[in-house]
Design a binder for this molecule. Structure first.
Ligand code: NOJ
Length: 514
């Protein structure tokens, strides 16, 4: 396990929209380099950059055409190597986005695979034996290739599935996982990983990590076996490299597959969604809404068994948002967000902050861009200043990758940096506290002290620290142990105190007691 993860806090960058230094309306690597000090000032010491490789951008770069070459819109490979170096000098680790499940339909492997003559890449993707033989049970495309067969998709139409084999082949076109051509796919992906690790990257966020082996069983034992094999390679050759899976099944991803971290994702109605995104199911009872109608048990009952089952082997990670979800500002105001972030940044595992969430950037209703659809509104340019294009780019406004938020009072870094009470200042305070107190970091023990269905506050322990939060506008209290009576306030949003054997919290408060 890479030791640096213990105190890591990640910042996710959607590179198109972070900072444009050459005035073409789209972000670039030099822009990320220029803003490293800003990222550091937040208290983030690690980055995850969304795919920045050569692509047709039919899915914002998740349709990779060349795994080893960056997209010219962001700069050159040398610029990215320089970014690794500059980041490391500032104590920041950098994860790239690995897309192992599919490529672009214009990847040279696919262009070879679709040829009528058999060649080295014929089995790199999944094909049936004839154009009129459907790939039953899968998304597939027929009638577009020289080869007489249909091919299986992994996501959008532009993303044919790479062939890691089938756990239980059921038809003769389905190869087994140990077929040499399926092993070759896995080795090709390791080769891509080695390429970037050798150039200074620190690991990968892995896209659709659960999708590799087809006809897998419920426990995903086929796909896990592939990842376990990749982990063995990392342990032997790059023991400091880290992998985080887009999977949201930590027992599979971490315990079986060997991922160091797995994301707790916003699946509709699940525990994580009940915290910030409950509106997806109709009435919004998100726990962090100030009407206090949420229920922390919806989160805990799902989270706790998963956390307990995996904590010895890796980290189940909480996010503010990502490039696929609506920003938390969509339904929460800044006072609600402060309490929500206080929770997210004081939980076990490694927290992930999505660019712009630190200032409460809004979700915008926008026409789709690069396959974003409903996700597009969370991918708008970072709002640095109150000036032209929010300080993101010097280009004409109509040349921007996506429009900037021009609403009255749209938040900006510049305005919030000089306001000690801003969301940005709260984020910095919280992350500073996390770095100062080892108990608050990834490995610190976590224990629930008071969490009653439909009641507040929520009280929990991290190591020797006692934490409590109250998202509502009512004053609330809960019993605590005798040993907690003498604890002093180390940090607070609002006010909270322990009196006799009771913890009392003012409206919308969060407190850490030592
Ligand atoms: C998950 C990524 O986060 C998403 O943005 C992408 O569209 C799909 N995987 C397909 O790669």
């Amino acid at each position: 396990m890479p030791n640096w993860l213990k105190d890591a806090v990640f910042y996710e960058i959607y590179p198109q929209s972070f900072y444009d230094t050459n005035g073409d309306g789209i972000g670039d690597f030099n822009g990320i380099i220029e803003k490293l000090d800003y990222i550091k000032s937040l208290g983030c010491n690690a980055l995850w950059i969304n795919p920045c490789f050569d692509s047709l951008f039919h899915d914002a770069g998740y349709d990779v055409r060349d795994y080893k070459k960056v997209a010219p819109r962001y700069g050159t490979n040398s610029d990215l190597y320089r970014l690794f170096g500059e980041a490391h000098r500032k104590g920041i680790h950098v994860l790239l986005d690995l897309v192992p499940g599919h490529t672009s339909e214009e990847h040279p492997w696919f262009l070879e695979s679709q040829k009528a003559e058999k060649n080295e890449y014929s089995n790199r993707y999944i094909w049936t034996n004839a154009a009129f033989q459907p790939a039953k049970g899968f998304l597939y495309i027929g009638g577009e290739t020289e080869r007489d067969g249909v091919y299986v998709l992994n996501f959008f139409k532009c993303q044919p599935a790479l062939n890691y084999g089938f756990l239980n082949p059921e038809e003769d076109w389905q190869l087994s996982m140990d077929h040499p051509d399926c092993i070759a796919t896995r080795e090709a992906m390791k080769d891509v990983m080695r390429f970037w690790l050798d150039h200074g990257c620190d690991g990968f966020r892995v896209d659709m990590a659960a999708s590799l082996v087809k006809n897998d069983d419920e426990k995903k034992s086929g796909t896990s076996a592939v990842w376990k094999n990749v982990r063995e390679m990392l342990d032997a050759e790059y023991p400091e490299a880290a992998m985080i899976s887009e999977w949201n099944e930590p027992e599979m991803a971490i315990n079986q597959g060997g991922f160091h971290m797995d994301f707790y994702l916003n699946w509709s109605g699940n525990g994580y969604s009940s915290l910030l995104r409950d509106y997806e199911r109709g009435e919004d009872h998100s726990f962090f809404k100030k009407d206090g109608s949420g229920d922390i048990r919806r989160f805990l009952d799902e989270y706790l068994p998963r956390y307990e089952a995996t904590r010895e082997n890796g980290y189940y990670c909480l996010i503010t948002c990502n490039h696929d979800t609506k920003r938390p500002k969509y339904n929460l105001d800044d006072s609600e967000l402060k309490i929500a972030y206080a929770f997210l940044f004081t939980m076990p595992g490694v927290p992930f902050l999505y660019y712009g969430d630190e200032i409460g950037m809004r979700y915008l209703e926008l026409k789709t861009k690069e396959g974003g659809y409903g996700r597009t509104g969370s991918r708008t340019p970072m709002q640095w200043t109150d000036g032209k294009n929010a300080g993101f780019s010097t280009c004409p406004a109509d040349a921007l990758y996506l429009p900037v938020d021009t609403a009255d009072g749209a938040p900006s870094v510049a305005a919030q940096e000089v306001d000690g009470n801003s969301l940005l200042s709260t984020v910095k305070d919280l992350l500073r506290l996390r770095h100062e107190e080892e108990d608050l970091q990834a490995d610190g023990d976590f224990e629930v002290v008071y969490a009653e269905s439909g009641k507040l506050p929520f009280v929990y322990r991290r190591g020797s620290l006692l934490l409590a939060l109250n998202p509502s506008t009512e004053r609330v209290s809960a019993p605590v142990g005798e040993a907690d009576a003498g604890k002093k306030v180390l940090y607070a949003i609002g006010t909270g105190e322990v009196k006799e054997q009771e913890i009392i919290l003012a409206p919308q408060s969060f407190v850490v007691l030592k």
